[in-house]
Design a protein around this ligand. Structure first.
Ligand SMILES: *[C@@H]1O[C@H](CO)[C@@H](O)[C@H](O)[C@H]1NC(C)=O
Ligand SMILES: *[C@@H]1O[C@H](CO)[C@@H](O)[C@H](O)[C@H]1NC(C)=O
Length: 450
């Protein structure tokens, strides 16, 4: 830290106005608050470029205040050689991350506005020495050459691993350049083997995380994934990919607890949000979804696995033209549970399966068949759900014969067929109750598959 400090002083020699400013702020804000360093001029910044060995810092005041952390110092990827404009910037980003992550005071890693940086698969590993913000103001674009993943994990592009107290924000864009991967997908070209493609942005084992104000587009596969993480706020994320792009889920949550997803607009070729095993206390509020496959809990219990999901709330969402609205999907033969789930205040517009529990989910070439075990679905509340269904069954509870769905509550539902006429309910192996008006009327209690 002292070394860093003197480097700064050295860097600022000859800029007397800056130094004066700097000293004053240092005394008032503590030895390593760099408020005021921002007095640097654009020309000075040019001079700093290429000086890759040093940790170069400047005040965030020059960029933007956020989160009350305006005294943070800033490390720019351009200070470490990132150029933008099509050359490979991976190494510059890695060096800049290492510098920022080893900072002894809160730090911001800046990806500046106005440039497009090309990245191969990249890992940002923690733990870091201090709170860290990644300010993505410009555009980050993935290499469009799948061979850049040779010998690497095919499921990862930008990977944050074990970073606590992390914020990723800035209003910029992350572009997965997914077209070349979609064309190779076995869902698009049946002659291809089924292989993983990268998730654009993955957070693994990150505790106290904020992801805010980003555009994530055209991911190779899943757009944003949270795994093995805790205490997360996601807000104002816009995600988009073509409606026919394969497996391009918007936000995927797995083995993660206490996550709130607010004010997100998601249009993709798969689930807008998918919540899978090990997830608990997941809240999605103010979500706009479509095109896509809706908001899904699952799939759960594939290949006889044990799934555990509880405490999920979806409150205030709009679905338009999606294949599902709110869905719970489990495979035959799984174990465990999905319970304590609330879907409320939802508008559906031309949605194929507005309300669906599918315990016969089978996303494989071979039929899955009846099995003796199932993931138990219980305590699911559907409240204030209105709009139009694109298919006959606006409510579809297709539950397991061996473990019927229980504690299903319908309250204030008004779903009609798109274009007019009434919709229907389908029930197999489900115990439900209703409050208020429910349209279409739920089918008679039926414990055997019809
Ligand atoms: C859940 O996460 C949020 C956001 O990080 C945090 O403010 C809140 O205290 C956490 N709740 C619990 C019970 O840890
Ligand atoms: C219920 O699940 C069975 C088994 O997969 C399927 O054949 C049937 O079409 C489903 N019914 C409805 C109405 O979705």
């Amino acid at each position: 830290m002292i070394l860093l400090f003197s480097l700064l002083i050295l860097s600022f020699e000859g800029f007397s106005s800056c130094v004066a400013d700097f000293d004053q702020d240092v005394s008032s804000l503590g030895a390593f608050s760099l408020h005021g360093v921002g007095a640097y001029a654009a020309g000075f910044y040019e001079e700093m470029e290429g000086d890759e060995g040093d940790l170069l810092v400047r005040s965030i005041d020059q960029i933007r205040n956020f989160g009350g952390r305006s005294n943070e110092k800033v490390v720019s990827v351009e200070d470490y050689g990132a150029k933008g404009g099509g050359a490979d910037d991976t190494m510059a980003f890695e060096k800049a991350w290492n510098a920022a992550c080893s900072s002894d005071s809160p730090v911001s890693l800046l990806i500046p506005k106005g440039n497009t940086y090309l990245l191969k698969p990249i890992t940002f590993s923690g733990p870091c020495n201090s709170d860290i913000s990644v300010m993505i103001e410009g555009t980050i674009e993935a290499s469009s050459n799948p061979s850049d993943w040779n010998g690497k994990n095919q499921r990862l592009w930008i990977y944050f691993n074990k970073v606590n107290n992390l914020a990723v924000l800035g209003g910029g864009t992350i572009n997965g350049n997914g077209k070349v991967w979609w064309q190779k997908s076995c869902k698009v070209d049946k002659s291809q083997p089924c292989k993983d493609a990268p998730t654009a942005l993955t957070f693994n084992a990150c505790n106290w995380l904020r992801v805010e104000s980003l555009n994530v587009i055209n991911s190779q596969q899943i757009h944003v994934e949270f795994e093995n993480s805790k205490n997360i706020i996601v807000s104002s994320i816009s995600i988009s990919a073509p409606g026919n792009s394969p497996n391009t889920d918007g936000i995927h949550v797995t083995r993660t607890q206490n996550i709130t997803i607010n004010h997100c607009t998601i249009a993709t070729g798969d689930d807008c949000i998918s919540i899978v095993t090990g997830s608990q206390d997941v809240h999605a509020n103010n979500i706009i979804c479509g095109p896509g496959h809706g908001i899904s809990i699952g799939s759960l219990g594939a290949k006889g696995s044990i799934a555990q999901v509880s405490g999920v709330t979806v409150d205030t969402a709009q679905f338009s033209g999606t294949s599902n609205g709110v869905r719970i999907k489990t495979w035959q033969g799984g174990k465990g549970y999905a319970k304590n789930i609330v879907f409320k205040n939802i508008e559906m517009s031309n949605v194929k399966n507005p309300i669906i529990i599918d315990q016969n989910y089978c996303d494989s070439k071979k039929p899955c068949g009846q099995q003796k075990s199932a993931v138990q679905v219980s305590n699911v509340q559907y409240s204030n759900i209105k709009g139009t269904s694109a298919s006959k069954f606006a409510i579809n509870f297709n539950c397991s014969k061996s473990f019927p769905c229980s504690g299903i509550v319908l309250e204030d539902i008004d779903l009609v067929k798109n274009g007019g006429g009434s919709a229907k309910s389908f029930c197999a192996n489900v115990k439900w109750s209703k409050e208020g008006t429910v349209i279409p009327p739920p089918c008679a209690l039926q414990l055997e598959d019809a």
